[in-house]
Write a protein that binds this ligand. Structure first.
Ligand SMILES: Nc1ncnc2c1ncn2[C@@H]1O[C@H](COP(=O)(O)OP(=O)(O)O)[C@@H](O)[C@H]1O
Ligand SMILES: [Mg+2]
Length: 247
């Protein structure tokens, strides 16, 4: 574990939010998610800590499209970001963690099925662990969704996409990799995760295209499992309602 990661997780121990880090759930390009034992005071048994890697250990994907409309004016931050200086990358990195945290809080408040936000310190975000003592729930891509459950999950996902837009958000990276499913829990079977790139539909000119893509990618999964729907009509209808402030 990198020293920066250990330090980030130690903060949560010091704050009596977790008592120990159990195991890494997954380590990606930009972040590692750890399963943690929750402090009894939190009322939870487990919590998930997403720790963004230190700047020197990361690869940045080209995210100019996501940043449009977010870094305003000709600020020092904007210039540094655009010129790719270390200061710029650092600013970028703090934006990325901060954005995921802000999006998580806002979407949770809006009723979207995202993990419950617990705490953000520096590069780490502590949230609800979606899983059991046996481990985390699988991503949709790896879940064995029987055809008879597919229509209900697609309907719930559409309701969540609608709730996000109602809160002026488009996820921007929605796919079977960023949806966790718990087939055992029929009353609460999914979580939408991985939110740093989400955009504000009011300000981002790419929002509608991103929404189309989110819906197309996730519909493809359900279509293969027998769901019949019209994703383009769903997006058109949703967008029109949102524009008219009818959502
Ligand atoms: N709240 C959570 N509860 C359980 N598992 C999680 C949670 N958040 C993330 N994970 C797991 O960690 C993986 C990576 O998280 P994600 O936010 O998608 O980061 P990234 O894709 O940027 O690495 C997910 O695919 C999922 O398996
Ligand atoms: Mg992901």
């Amino acid at each position: 574990m990198e020293p920066e990661t250990k330090e980030a997780l130690d903060n949560f121990v010091d704050m009596s939010l977790i008592t120990e880090v159990l195991y890494p759930v997954k380590s990606g390009k930009e972040a590692t998610v750890y399963a943690c034992r929750a402090h009894p005071d939190t009322g939870a048994e487990f919590l998930a800590a997403k720790v963004y890697k230190h700047i020197r250990d990361r690869n940045f994907k080209n995210d100019a499209v996501y940043q449009e409309g977010r870094l305003y004016g000709n600020s020092r931050e904007r210039r540094a970001y655009e010129t790719g200086t270390e200061f710029g990358l650092d600013v970028h990195f703090m934006l990325w963690v901060g954005q995921e945290w802000e999006h998580l809080k806002k979407l949770y408040k809006a009723g979207v099925y995202v993990p419950v936000p617990i705490k953000n310190v520096g590069r780490a975000i502590l949230m609800e662990f979606y899983g059991t003592e046996d481990g985390p729930c699988p991503i949709l891509q790896q879940a064995k969704v029987p055809p008879d459950r597919a229509p209900e999950l697609w309907k719930l996902l559409k309701a969540n996409i609608e709730m996000m837009l109602q809160a002026d958000f488009v996820h921007g990276d929605l796919s079977p990799y960023n949806i966790l499913v718990d087939l055992e829990d029929t009353s609460d079977p999914l979580r939408i995760i991985d939110l740093p790139q989400a955009v504000d539909a009011r300000f981002n000119p790419n929002a509608r295209d991103m929404l189309e893509r989110d819906v197309a990618i996730t519909y493809r999964y359900f279509e293969k499992r027998g769901v019949q729907d019209n994703p383009k009509a769903f997006v058109a209808d949703l967008w029109r309602k949102w524009k008219r402030a009818e959502l």
